[in-house]
Write a protein that binds this ligand. Structure first.
Ligand SMILES: *Cc1c(COP(=O)(O)O)cnc(C)c1O
Length: 384
């Protein structure tokens, strides 16, 4: 019997990290072997070299590597000297990290709703959430597309708030200012955080993260925090920090992969454009909106559909993997019950959580796989 998930002799994957690795295997293997031979496993040469490479790529003055993107958020709050009782505004339709890291420090996450078409934080809803305790805004560039930075930076400036860009899903994406100037996401706020979790735009072979900033003062503070708050003098701790290091092996892998990042992004953008073309004539499958001010890098390709759960079940049987980012907004998560939000507080995010369906999206996706995915989706959707 022919396997249901066989397509041209192989199965369709949500992500294809192995296929991507095989194309650069020799270079990556050599980099890994180099670290093993050096036995410089902690804070080896590759770590600072990768930091410089990434700073150059971003056009940012300083990059501070750390253990993962969630740590980077915590370190960002500490670097900005946010304290218990301070409030930070962030979207509720999001991964958990920004709210989790805030809560750990006693900082209060204050949620806002998002745009229904782009999934990104709705800048028009920020001002009504600002109180005397508000200190910062976390802007999440979701699914690989920049949020509307120019008005957000304006609000932050007017109210004296710091801006942290969560660039975990959007390394290499761009925002275009009204003047026509384009800037990379992660270079516009006071600090940005990055994740090199394997499925991100730039992924390593485990966990990895970084912070980026143009401020020498913030860079020095962030670096100190990643090293237990230790200053220039060994075993003298200037402030409370943590232990959050990017592994040397991961840094060596990332240095190789960073050279290919723009070609990886080109593959994602091509696949994103093609999906949107394949679904554009459907009235029940809504394609993700492309903001006029953004270059979308499609870390995820997320459709909206009313009968999402039924379709996902049928696709699973047909051998097409899909994911739901995210099944619940943060304000309704058990962990954030203490913030006393209710169902109905953020109607757009709540609705999106019932509609979103992420399709297979990776650098190795072929046009014929996408044809097969879309024709199967159209066929199953018509029979729902
Ligand atoms: C992945 C992700 C993070 C966390 O990164 P880790 O490296 O997994 O800790 C934070 N924010 C967003 C939006 C993410 O997608």
């Amino acid at each position: 019997m022919v396997e249901l998930n066989e397509h041209m002799g192989h199965s369709i994957k949500m992500v294809d990290l192995h296929g991507q690795y095989l194309k650069i295997k020799e270079e990556v293997d050599q980099a890994i072997q180099g670290v093993i031979d050096s036995t410089s496993f902690i804070s080896g040469e590759s770590v600072s070299a990768f930091g410089s490479d990434l700073a150059f790529y971003l056009g940012s003055s300083y990059v501070i590597p750390c253990a993962n993107g969630t740590d980077a958020l915590q370190i960002a709050y500490q670097t900005l000297d946010l304290k218990a009782g301070d409030e930070v505004i962030m979207p509720t339709f999001n991964y958990v990290s920004s709210a989790e890291a805030a809560s750990l420090l006693g900082i209060k996450p204050v949620f806002v709703d998002v745009w229904e078409d782009t999934f990104n934080l709705n800048e028009n809803l920020i001002v009504s959430k600002i109180t005397s305790a508000t200190k910062a805004i976390v802007v999440v560039h979701l699914f690989g597309q920049s949020a509307n930075m120019e008005p957000i930076l304006g609000i932050a400036n007017q109210y004296g708030l710091k801006v942290i860009e969560d660039t975990a899903q959007s390394l290499g994406a761009e925002y275009i200012f009204r003047s026509g100037i384009a800037k990379k996401t992660g270079t516009m706020g006071d600090l940005s955080i990055h994740s090199f979790f394997p499925t991100k735009n730039l992924g390593c072979f485990g966990d990895g993260g970084a912070l980026a900033t143009n401020s020498l003062e913030l860079a020095n503070r962030a670096k100190m925090i990643t090293h237990h708050g230790q200053g220039k003098q060994k075993y003298v701790y200037e402030m409370i920090g943590c232990n959050s290091r990017l592994d040397t092996l991961q840094a060596a892998i990332l240095r190789v992969k960073l050279k290919y990042l723009d070609s990886y992004l080109a593959s994602r953008m091509k696949a994103g454009d093609y999906y949107s073309q394949l679904f554009q004539n459907s009235t029940s499958l809504i394609v993700p909106a492309r903001s006029s001010f953004a270059k979308h890098t499609f870390n995820q390709y997320v459709l909206k559909i009313d009968k999402r759960d039924l379709l996902q079940d049928k696709l699973k049987v047909a051998g097409i993997p899909t994911m739901i980012y995210y099944p619940s907004p943060l304000h309704l998560q058990p962990a954030f019950k203490y913030l006393n939000y209710q169902i109905g507080d953020f109607p757009i995010s709540e609705k999106l959580c019932l509609q979103v369906l992420a399709l297979p999206m990776h650098t190795e996706l072929t046009l014929s796989e996408q044809d097969y995915i879309s024709s199967t989706i159209h066929q199953l959707n018509n029979s729902l």
